[in-house]
Design a protein around this ligand. Structure first.
Ligand SMILES: NC(=O)c1ccc[n+]([C@@H]2O[C@H](COP(=O)([O-])OP(=O)(O)OC[C@H]3O[C@@H](n4cnc5c(N)ncnc54)[C@H](OP(=O)(O)O)[C@@H]3O)[C@@H](O)[C@H]2O)c1
Length: 156
């Protein structure tokens, strides 16, 4: 299978969401997300799609749902495996863009991880799954005013 890449913005305690939205609005992070994922395939859960409200332009949008069968401008899959298979057919890079349930399912399969480590005191209700940084090595790091973007590669 081609490279499965997770991309997420989270705090050091792995917070990613609040009331079905992101807990923050970081324009620079959204810009960097757009730059990294543009031209590629993005895979997301039905709830993350609902929070975005429309297909992300310039990317092939794959949505995972057990209940919804079709969404305009997206391809819908009933499980992670078939979505990733479709990602394989479409090209080299498939970015898994959340949310929590989808990260949980994709983490064991991912070889690359982009984390925007967000600074600041935020509260919320949705978290990235527990994982160990010992399993990952840092590839690149870039400091921004309100977050640090780190690209990790899985060890071994
Ligand atoms: N900080 C970040 O980088 C970031 C990124 C993305 C999202 N978020 C946040 O994360 C939150 C949403 O996360 P979430 O965990 O609640 O929802 P989610 O993962 O986006 O979507 C969950 C839905 O996906 C479907 N699903 C999940 N696992 C599945 C499986 N194995 N097979 C088939 N379908 C499956 C189900 O849809 P059905 O109910 O239709 O069956 C489920 O209700 C929001 O607050 C959002 O803003 C943050």
């Amino acid at each position: 299978m081609a490279e499965v890449i997770i991309i997420v913005a989270m705090t050091p305690d792995r917070l990613i969401g609040k009331n079905h939205q992101m807990p923050w609005h970081l324009a620079e992070d959204l810009q960097s997300f757009k730059q990294i994922t543009s031209g590629h395939t993005v895979v997301m859960g039905r709830k993350t799609f609902a929070s975005i409200g429309q297909p992300l332009p310039g990317r092939t949008n794959l949505v995972i749902s057990r209940t919804v069968k079709s969404i305009a401008g997206c391809e819908v899959f009933a499980d992670m495996e078939s979505a990733l298979q479709r990602g394989d057919e479409l090209g080299e890079k498939t970015f898994v863009i959340g949310g929590s349930q989808i990260y949980q399912a994709a983490l064991p399969l991912a070889n690359c991880l982009y984390v925007s480590w967000v600074n600041g005191d935020f509260s919320g209700d949705t978290f990235f799954p527990d994982f160990s940084l010992d399993d990952w090595q840092v590839n690149t790091e870039e400091e921004f005013a309100t977050f640090k973007l780190v690209q990790y590669q899985r060890n071994g």
